[in-house]
Write a protein that binds this ligand. Sequence first.
Ligand code: ZN
Length: 193
Amino acid sequence: MGQILTEVLSANQAYVENFGNKGNLTIPPARKFAILTCMDARLDPAKFAGLAEGDAHVIRNAGGRASDDAIRSLVISYKLLGTREWFVIHHTNCGMETFTDKVMRNLLANSLKTAKIDATGWHDVGSGEGSGEAEFIDWLTIGEQAESVYADVKRIRNHPLVPREIPIYGYLYDVQIGKLIEIPEAIEIGKAS
Ligand code: ZN
């Protein structure tokens, strides 16, 4: 068995032993809110936002972007499971700022091996072959952090399947100090009405 697999199964065994009565939790989140955030390994929403099992929905993708699929989850979150407040949380030093669609498409067209980044940008160090399929994916990269939070809150706010009474809060998580920083323009456009 691989080392990671062994570690994960061992950690899970310890978790099971202290699982307590969490089997009684219900499907709808008890605190009725949802967080859309980045998959970055440094972000732990349960810790930075004080969540326990059963408290809230956490929807994650690369960048914490308001993709069609993130919106699909948010709509299910309120329509079937009753959440009433949403957070969009991007973060400082996000990997999604380090490339563009064009860069990603070129990298993947060359090779499926892991690329490397240096002062001049991303480079393929592995062998081919790659795939042109990357041309058909919008990678939802990030140009400027506050602008991306604003754009995503705005998209969710204006979506026809999202009710006006759900407030959407836009924040940036600072990976240096663990703090949530308000993005005023995003908070403004995300207001409930
Ligand atoms: Zn990120």
